[in-house]
Write a protein that binds this ligand. Structure first.
Ligand SMILES: NC(=O)c1ccc[n+]([C@@H]2O[C@H](COP(=O)([O-])OP(=O)(O)OC[C@H]3O[C@@H](n4cnc5c(N)ncnc54)[C@H](OP(=O)(O)O)[C@@H]3O)[C@@H](O)[C@H]2O)c1
Length: 322
């Protein structure tokens, strides 16, 4: 079988396809034959990072995370044998291969009629969007700002905010993606590459925003907190721009709060809700209440997939297909 590895940190070309034996599922694991793999932006940061002091540093050889949609080929010792033959989705640290092994604890069962793109949104993209909205306690009628709203998590967050009764959804992205944000249901769309993007948000929400879902980081996070109304909440779940240092505590003194969100922390601290969220997401995608927007490339083109991610050229989510 084929699998993806990198043996040096650097640009997309460090990604190589290797031959390997099909792995054996260990205790509590299953072997999956992959049907599609949803690619995560964080792997661009992990792949590039050379400083061992960075939170993004990973030892070599490196693997790519991803949301695998696949069929259970075999159950390992202690795993339920009835899982064999079922179609599931799961977030994995080593996701890009023809076959992968997965712990059964966070497998999501996905119906055969659900497209692979939609199924790939459930374990991480949808779960982060939904969990971040829950953490931010969105109330009906509130104004929400979603930065990087045209990305994988962003495009689901925009739709969910709309569905959950936000009064106004403001979403930012680079210029070519603004039409896409409108299609997703955003009321106000703003090009965040413009130096006055924050002033444009302020003009659209003069009283301030109630909630911001933020994963760009740096100056964008700082300015997003500046745009919050009194009692407004920022939920911070990433730092795609690579800057982790931008939020002076004084920026919160206007009765604002900032919460971090990590999917792994959410699963650990709020396990029952995290499981319910997965079931809810499957239902929403299956009913057509959430749209999954994907671009598919063959697994062999993984370096090209990372180039597109780095160039910020993807709408929604990139899928690799074996
Ligand atoms: N907390 C968690 O548990 C968790 C889990 C998964 C992912 N994440 C984080 O969530 C964020 C979104 O992940 P994703 O996979 O959905 O990525 P993505 O949104 O599909 O891709 C990142 C997007 O950020 C935008 N962006 C704005 N400024 C940027 C900059 N300076 N450099 C690069 N991109 C910039 C780009 O869109 P434009 O062209 O519109 O600017 C780009 O497409 C990432 O930071 C990721 O690490 C967190």
């Amino acid at each position: 079988m084929r699998r993806v590895r990198y043996h040096a940190h650097g640009g997309p070309d460090v990604l190589v396809i290797e031959d390997a034996d099909i792995p054996d599922p260990g205790p509590g694991q299953v072997l999956l034959r992959t049907e599609a793999i949803g690619v995560n932006y964080v792997d661009v940061q992990l792949r590039r990072e050379t400083s061992a002091d960075s939170i993004w540093f990973r030892p070599l050889p490196g693997t790519l995370t991803g949301d695998v949609v696949g069929t259970v080929e075999k159950a390992g010792p202690g795993a339920d044998p009835a899982l064999a033959g079922t179609r599931v989705a799961v977030l994995l640290e080593d996701a890009c291969a023809d076959y992968v092994v997965a712990d059964t604890s966070w497998l999501v069962s996905v119906p055969g009629e659900l497209g692979a793109g939609a199924a790939s949104m459930v374990p991480t993209v949808g779960a982060v969007a939904l969990g971040a909205l829950r953490t931010g306690r969105l109330a009906r009628g509130e104004t929400v700002l979603v930065t990087a709203g045209a990305g994988a998590i962003g495009h689901v967050a925009v739709q969910l905010a709309r569905r959950q009764g936000a009064g106004t959804v403001i979403a930012t992205a680079s210029a070519a993606k603004l039409g896409f944000l409108k299609e997703l249901g955003a009321d106000v769309v703003i090009d965040h590459t413009q130096p006055d993007w924050a002033a444009q948000v302020r003009a659209a929400a003069p009283a301030g925003t109630d909630l911001v879902l933020e994963a760009v980081g740096g100056e964008v996070l700082h300015q997003s907190v500046g745009l919050l109304a009194p009692f407004g909440r920022a939920v911070v779940f990433g730092a795609s721009a690579g800057d982790l240092t931008s939020l002076p505590v004084t920026s919160l003194f206007g009765l604002k709060s900032a919460a971090g969100f990590s999917l792994l922390a959410w699963r650990a601290a709020n396990t029952a809700q995290a499981r319910l969220d997965l079931t809810e997401l499957v239902g929403l995608f299956q009913a057509g209440d959430l749209r999954a927007v994907t671009t598919s490339l063959p697994l062999a083109d993984v370096a090209e997939a990372h180039r597109l991610l780095e160039d910020r050229a993807v709408l929604g989510r990139l899928l690799l297909v074996p």
